[in-house]
Design a protein around this ligand. Structure first.
Ligand code: IMP
Ligand code: MG
Length: 178
């Protein structure tokens, strides 16, 4: 694998497709174990998490449901600081065991604004599964219950993650060359 360009930036290989699928299987194994008999509801956050959610859900072996909502807080490589609900939730969360599926938790702002809206519906429990986590970028305190990879504060693309709309289709994760 070599460098690629997305818009005006150059990116280098960072996490291989094999490493991603191994990690996704490991996360699913933990969820299968923790949620046996609880019929959890996965809520995947579009757009970024579509690929992760799909691969994760394929290796969930217990009874489980999935739904999707669309939130956005990003423009280019910087957070705009605004979280917009573009497609809302159509499922009742009362008494459900909810697992939020995120591609990446960066500043934590998205989750910080969104979780109280969900708690209002009184789910039985609520946890977060994020493929990537950038602890150095964290500005809002948040517990991420299932983390795939902890990464430094570098901008990444691929596996659902975009840079201004492009790069989501890449099966591996690339990081920006600075
Ligand atoms: P937060 O609200 O700052 O935690 O940002 C969360 C959202 O920003 C994620 O769900 C991603 O869609 C996007 N994001 C954060 N970091 C990156 C990145 O390195 N590449 C692409 N998108 C990112
Ligand atoms: Mg996202």
């Amino acid at each position: 694998m070599s460098r690629i360009s997305v818009h005006d930036k150059s990116f280098e290989p960072y996490i291989s497709a094999a490493a991603i699928s191994g990690k996704v299987a490991e996360m699913a194994g933990n969820i299968n174990r923790d949620y046996e008999g609880k019929k959890p509801l996965f809520i995947a956050i579009l757009n970024g998490s579509f690929m992760f959610a799909s691969d994760l859900f394929k290796v969930i072996r217990i009874d489980a449901e999935i739904c999707f909502i669309k939130l956005a807080s990003y423009k280019g490589t910087k957070s705009t600081g605004h979280v917009i609900t573009a497609i809302g939730l159509d499922t009742d969360l009362f008494n459900r065991h909810v697992i939020i599926v995120e591609d990446i938790v960066d500043t934590g702002k998205t989750m910080n604004e969104f979780l109280p809206q969900l708690r209002y519906q009184q789910p039985a429990s609520m946890k977060i599964a994020a493929l990537l986590h950038k602890p150095q970028a964290m500005m809002f305190p948040l517990t991420i219950d299932y983390v795939g990879f902890t990464i430094p504060n570098d901008f990444v693309v691929g596996y659902g993650l975009d840079y201004d709309g492009l790069g989501r289709n890449i099966p591996e994760i690339y990081k920006v060359v600075s």
